[in-house]
Design a binder for this molecule. Structure first.
Ligand SMILES: CC[C@H](C(=O)O)C(=O)SCCNC(=O)CCNC(=O)[C@H](O)C(C)(C)COP(=O)(O)OP(=O)(O)OC[C@H]1O[C@@H](n2cnc3c(N)ncnc32)[C@H](O)[C@@H]1OP(=O)(O)O
Ligand SMILES: [Co+2]
Length: 136
């Protein structure tokens, strides 16, 4: 079951500058960065209960965020629903015809399991579903 809006992600071309902006200009709490190697993405999290802002940037200049930045220069990249049983939600949504970008969840930030739904399945919005480490 989907239980929360886990995070909203913004793709940024200048990681350090964007982190500074969210800390200093918007005054958000910075929870640190994490390189998520399987996703080829550097992430920075700013908790803003009951959700978080995630900044995403290409790890080593490669991966899905690099392609996005090349085309769009930056912007709202995806939203992430938290699930308390990701496999069950994937099966349920697959049966409804949603196109997933992987066969099974993969490692995400903070030890979570994540999977993505193609934007064309949801009116042009890239959807991530995650299950936090302490819930699996
Ligand atoms: C997992 C770690 C971390 C976490 O939270 O724990 C993260 O969130 S990491 C986030 C980075 N990972 C991903 O984004 C993985 C999923 N994304 C992908 O696999 C690709 O980006 C994909 C398949 C969405 C697009 O890749 P593709 O090579 O097909 O790129 P195109 O430029 O050809 O795009 C095709 C089509 O999709 C539209 N598009 C692309 N990105 C987005 C987006 N973020 N939001 C909305 N739409 C998007 C693009 O405009 C093209 O549309 P079309 O109408 O066909 O022109
Ligand atoms: Co994310």
């Amino acid at each position: 079951m989907i239980t929360a809006l886990d995070h909203i992600a913004i793709a940024v071309p200048d990681f350090e500058k964007a982190i500074k902006r969210f800390m200093e200009d918007f005054g958000l709490t910075f929870d640190g960065t994490e390189d998520v190697v399987p996703a080829r993405t550097s992430t920075a999290f700013f908790p803003l209960p009951p959700t978080s802002i995630e900044l995403v940037h290409p790890l080593n200049g490669e991966g899905p965020i690099a392609g996005y930045l090349e085309k769009k220069g930056g912007g709202l990249h995806h939203l992430c629903f938290r699930s308390d049983n990701i496999e069950e939600d994937v099966e349920r949504l697959k049966a409804k015809g949603y196109q997933f970008l992987a066969d099974a969840p993969t490692p995400g930030a903070h030890g979570s399991k994540v999977i993505f739904i193609h934007p064309r399945s949801c009116d042009g919005v890239l959807i991530e579903i995650n299950q936090p480490a302490d819930e699996h």
